[in-house]
Write a protein that binds this ligand. Structure first.
Ligand SMILES: NC(=O)c1ccc[n+]([C@@H]2O[C@H](COP(=O)([O-])OP(=O)(O)OC[C@H]3O[C@@H](n4cnc5c(N)ncnc54)[C@H](O)[C@@H]3O)[C@@H](O)[C@H]2O)c1
Length: 436
């Protein structure tokens, strides 16, 4: 006969069970630009067997458990790519085929092959205000008396889409907004709602979408460095409605390299005197970042990853004088094919100086698209896992982001491999929960 303790354990496990990923997962994307269209076209290409989902941990990565390694997508109940349904908003009316052609990331031949599918995805009119993204002039935008009415319209869009799918996730793949700091309007849900009514300038469009998603219980991810859900009111809303959120800004090129190299230097007790990062890129994201106010948002998000990794307070002899500089240059001939240079001035035994040069010829959206996909799939998983959704902020997704979000009082983890351990340790108990 089962003891009281054992039946208690079984009952607890039952309530912790992850709901299966049955039915369609609706992916609502804010901003159908280079990253979003590369993700959508990529998913369709994989579904048709034309390519492999390279760069996606959920699709290609494994998790080690007991008797060997198993693919993550088989280890935990993730939505199948065949069950993803896409929709979105943009300030331009171009359908996803047109937007992908404009972004010039993917080959023409591939886009032509996928055209009939891509053309069917047309953006809904956006919530936009040029005050927050100076370089863009939106034509396909919603109008309303105040920000509350605009939020209502987005909620209406979500409710309409929900009739065609079983579950939903929203992801911001929109442009980087100007730098904003949390203010009184972000202190509580009540203050935020009053601010919507009063058109408070502290509320950016990205926060209107996030508010709408979280109010509808829909998880929200932020691929850009905007403040967005990094604000008390939205964290509270996420917890209240069990709608998971995570940090911000896809960790793709140079920051990805920083979060690998910096821990390596630190564990070998090598000093770093300076780290100069610069790059050239000519896509629309680069054009937006050419505006100093938007660049500041990006700079703040990118700077933290290195400083946190090197732990200057813990190792003053090695890192206290670190000079860290980031320069992003809009240079049209390169389009999405960014070229990035890092010059790292390090010092070793007895303080003797040395240098490391990293020259990364990357493709911005090719690196970001699988991250966007993974965040969508893992936030959907979090929403189906009672033990995860109730916490709101998903620290374990910091692996994918330049600015990981943490529960109050927790220090963010920036070491890529420590982040991977956190992610896998979060997934391990979910297997047991899902397969019983
Ligand atoms: N590609 C990367 O490696 C990478 C890495 C980290 C972060 N990001 C961020 O991801 C975001 C998307 O990058 P991208 O290269 O696709 O940029 P993009 O300029 O090609 O696409 C952004 C899209 O968002 C739309 N948009 C802007 N404001 C909007 C609003 N309020 N509502 C709806 N749509 C809106 C624009 O019209 C555009 O189509 C950017 O903020 C970028 O900084 C990209």
């Amino acid at each position: 006969m089962a003891t009281k303790q054992q039946s208690g354990d079984v009952a607890a496990a039952e309530t912790m069970k992850v709901a299966p990923a049955t039915g369609k997962l609706g992916v609502m994307i804010v901003g159908l630009g280079a990253v979003a269209t590369t993700m959508i076209a990529g998913v369709e290409a994989v579904r048709r067997g034309l390519a492999k989902p390279i760069g996606s941990l959920t699709q290609m990565g494994v998790i080690e458990d007991g008797d060997g390694a198993e693919l993550i997508r088989e280890f935990v109940p993730l939505a199948e790519l065949s069950d993803l349904v896409f929709t979105g908003w943009d300030i331009f009316a171009d359908n996803v085929y047109e937007a992908a052609a404009h972004a010039r990331v993917l080959d023409k031949e591939l886009l032509e092959e996928l055209k009939p599918f891509l053309e069917t995805i047309k953006p809904m009119p956006a919530v936009f205000d040029q005050h927050y993204v100076k370089r863009l002039h939106g034509t396909h935008v919603k109008t309303g008396k105040n920000k509350r009415e605009l939020a209502e319209q987005v909620r209406e869009d979500i409710r309409n889409f929900s009739k065609t799918v079983d579950r939903m996730v929203m992801i911001w793949c929109g442009s980087t907004e100007i730098y904003l700091e949390p203010g009184a309007v972000h202190e509580s849900i009540e203050a935020f709602e009053k601010g919507l009514e009063a058109n408070d300038p502290g509320i950016a469009p990205s926060q209107i979408y996030a508010y709408a998603a979280l109010s509808e219980g829909v998880p929200f991810a932020n691929g850009a460095p905007n403040l967005t859900v990094d604000a008390k009111a939205l964290i509270e809303l996420s917890r209240k409605n069990a709608a998971p959120i995570c940090g911000k800004d896809f960790k793709t090129g140079q920051t990805f390299m920083k979060t690998v190299l910096a821990p390596a230097l630190r564990v070998r007790s090598l000093g770093v005197a300076g780290w100069f990062s610069t790059n050239i890129l000519g896509n629309r994201a680069g054009e937006v970042l050419d505006d100093p106010e938007c660049f500041k948002t990006k700079e703040e998000s990118s700077l933290g990853a290195l400083e946190h990794n090197l732990q200057q307070e813990v190792y003053p002899d090695l890192y206290k004088d670190l000079y860290h500089k980031i320069r992003i240059n809009y240079y049209t001939p390169r389009g999405d094919d960014k070229e990035a240079w890092d010059n790292i001035d390090i010092f070793g035994w007895l303080g003797y100086p040395m240098q490391i040069k990293v020259n990364f010829l990357c493709r911005d959206s090719i690196l970001a698209a699988p991250i966007a996909l993974d965040l969508v799939l893992l936030l959907d998983l979090a929403k189906r896992a009672p033990q995860l959704r109730s916490t709101g902020v998903q620290e374990w997704l910091g692996f994918y982001l330049k600015s990981p979000q943490t529960a109050e009082g927790h220090a963010p983890e920036h070491d890529l491999f420590a982040q991977l351990v956190n992610l896998k340790n979060t997934l391990r108990p979910l297997r047991w929960g899902s397969r019983r």
